[in-house]
Ligand binder design. Structure first.
Ligand code: SAM
Length: 304
């Protein structure tokens, strides 16, 4: 085994300790591609030097740069469209119906828990804004977090290059929610301000007491091993309302959690719900029929 290989493996171990992302032998080539620039910028000659520096207690900015460089931030607007259709055609309608019956202000709390550069949470916001007559009449909490500070900074700024905007965002939505800038597009401040952005590492506990109706934790646990995946989903479970909905990526699973969650259909979107819910087929006639008990129970969670 070459010294350089061993040194690259050590850097991968540092990344694993930092955020649970596992770069195995098949991914080692990413090290060279992604940290070369960072090493030159910081004056490190070997991966060992970078690994040692990242371990120093006063080296938070080196750790942040390493995480920025080595995490995969691939994302795009309306990735898996059925999720957004499920939210607008089913969940929103159910909450509205329950609000009409109870006379209580409709409430919805959504957390995009590995939000990358923000396309996911903006897709949620644009969906809600189009599905709901007056967002201000609702009590809506939108939180977007990611471990990568650079990704969070872009999400918070809401700035996108042309090629990012053309990936999944219909022109009509772009023109409604964004303005053109010299280098691309930016989400208008009145929309950006509706979202809270923060750096958060999924292997840690989330601060604050909010529990969410919907958690999106998509296309991130594919980078974790089974142990980390289990730990992360257990933490997410603690932050979810008992009647909540958890969305994972198309190639991800909650099998590691045993029967803590059951698959559930929200329209044609598959999500997971805490196990008190039996799996339900897509509604045959009325768009809200598939929610059964959950809608009204969900709404009652919101009181207070
Ligand atoms: C491939 S992107 C997925 C983005 C979006 N959820 C989607 O599905 O389009 C994965 C994101 O997970 C983030 N990530 C990796 N490890 C994390 C951790 N321990 N805590 C929070 N975010 C993490 C990465 O920084 C990256 O932005």
């Amino acid at each position: 085994m070459s010294k350089e290989y061993q040194s690259a493996v050590r850097l991968c171990e540092v990344l694993y300790d930092l955020c649970g992302v596992l770069l195995d032998d098949t991914k080692l080539y990413l090290i060279e591609n992604r940290v070369g620039g960072l090493m030159r910028e910081m004056g490190f000659k070997t991966y060992d030097q970078l690994a040692d520096a990242a371990k120093r207690s006063d080296a938070a900015s080196i750790r942040d740069s390493l995480v920025d460089a080595l995490t995969t931030n691939e994302t795009y607007f309306f990735r898996d469209q059925q999720i957004f259709a499920g939210l607008s055609n089913h969940l929103v309608r159910q909450i509205e119906q329950d609000a009409r019956k109870s006379g209580v202000r409709p409430k919805l709390r959504i957390w995009s828990a590995a939000s990358s550069t923000g396309q996911e949470i903006y897709s949620v916001l644009f969906t809600l804004a189009n599905a709901i007559d007056s967002l201000d009449a609702w009590d809506i909490t939108l939180l977007a977090t990611d471990v990568s500070p650079a990704a969070v900074a872009q999400a918070r700024a809401g700035t996108y290059a042309d090629h990012e905007v053309t990936r999944g965002l219909p022109v009509a939505l772009r023109d409604k929610f964004m303005t053109q800038t010299k280098s691309g597009w930016q989400v208008l401040p009145q929309w950006r301000n509706r979202i809270t952005f923060a750096q958060h590492n999924l292997i840690n506990d989330l601060s604050g007491g909010t529990r969410f109706d919907v958690i999106l934790c998509r296309n991130v646990t594919i980078y974790f091993d089974a142990k980390t995946r289990k730990r992360v989903f257990e933490k997410l479970t603690q932050r979810m309302l008992p009647d909540g909905y958890l969305f994972v990526g198309g190639s991800e699973t909650l099998l590691d959690l045993g029967d803590a969650y059951k698959p559930y259909r929200l329209g044609s979107a598959v999500c997971y719900r805490p196990q008190l819910h039996e799996p339900v087929s897509p509604p045959a006639v009325a768009p809200t029929a598939g929610l059964g008990l959950s809608g009204s129970k969900l709404f009652s969670q919101f009181k207070g």
